[in-house]
Design a protein around this ligand. Sequence first.
Ligand code: NAD
Length: 487
Amino acid sequence: MSLSFDPDTIPLPVGHFIGGELIPAGRVIGMRRPSDGKSYTDCPVAGPDLIERAADSAKAALKVSNWAGVRPRERTRALQAWADLIEAEAETLARIEALSSTRPVGQLVAGDIAITAEQIRFFAEFADKEGSELAPTDDASLGMIMSEPYGVVGAITPWNFPVSMAGWKLGPALAAGNAVVLKPSEMTPFSAVYLAQLAVRAGLPAGLINVVLGDGPTTGTALTGHPDIAKVSFTGSTRAGSAIMENVARTGVKPMTLELGGKSPQLVFADADLDKAASAIAGSVTFNAGQACVAATRLIVEKRVADRLTAAILEKMKAVRPGPTWDATTQYSPIISERQRARIDSIVRAAVAAGGECLTGGNSMDHPGYFYEPTLIADVDQANPAIVEEIFGPVLTVQTFESEEEALALSSHPTYGLASGLFTSDLSRTIRFARKLEAGTVWVNRYSRSRDHILPTGGYKRSGIGKDLGREAYLANRRTKSVLISL
Ligand code: NAD
């Protein structure tokens, strides 16, 4: 059966999901589909009363199920059963997600959802492998470093990869013995609700995952400031990350994991496999129409191969074909909203006004929905808006260098340090740059994540604090207590 579907026929779980029940309450925000701009439903907005109810429900679920205290393998088994059901329901989940978001249904089933199930299993395996430690003390004492969950974790996710981002938060928090109150983006809220419904169907205690819908100022602020939320795990913009830090500082003190924005450079040396580099860079900036935190947005190429590489990238950028997210063959995504498309366009225009030359793109596409042309801008200096701003769209800049020092200087961004790419066949240079690049991830001769979920992801500078994925993400959901016994 084809994965393609009619967007007017998909039932959506519209409501907050608290204690295992769908609650359609609160003021609402109107929603439009990115693929055709049509209004289709409303997103309810949870206020402080529903946050209170969700936190109470999470605490009650922890108590009744003894989730933190059961044999850890029980948590592993329960989470694996949930991952199995996510896989079995992948098509339904993909259709719910594709309707609201920029993710094409085909990519969701083969990629985002399959990988999310795999990552939940990955985190489930930590439950009985990471624990407390004995400390070296004298023989008249016993010192223990006890590892414990926090209790209720508050998680907030962005709209660009809604299922994946929910999985990155829920997997480690639950495996580590916590309950979660999750607030997905108000632009793509329903796949998270369905994920939580699947968890209950798979046998996880009702109330262990609560999903509250709404915007940042109302729902997000009430969530991060709630006294029962012991830890905050956030993915989104640097601006919202700062606002969350401020709110947490004002309302209490709690640990935070912040996965924020990026403006990632790609350094390409003349000795690199240029075809491979062109595919990786064009692929990254057109995948999800550049709406990825790690999108390759600043090409920095050795001058003597710049024309050749740029021509190869241009050819690939011009070849994209837009299509609605409900068509199984679609590869090129729309922009999430008209507002975001207008923002992309205004930065591109400011970049050209500041001296940049648009080699391709620079306009909305003549197609229903919020599509924007893949855009390549040359002749930009470090102060150009297309270099400074996280555009979060299919826009790549190109700059050239003649020495390693120059390449390194251009790669450094005043605000962001999320990821960076390096294309070279010189091993010593690879190590030199891996040490010097100021970014939480360095990809060499590739520009994408693999399915090695043990590799953590997170930013340097204002791209964030802490990591998602890897052992670090699991441990960030546990806290330690020192116990010293006098024998
Ligand atoms: P956003 O910051 O506008 O919103 C993200 C989430 O935060 C949404 O759920 C939103 O409702 C909520 N929010 C906004 N203001 C808030 C506040 N004051 N308090 C609490 N919650 C608040 O980001 P977006 O537009 O949804 O997503 C794009 C951004 O996310 C980009 O900057 C991108 O780089 C970043 N991102 C980072 C990563 C990463 O791993 N580092 C991954 C994906 C996206």
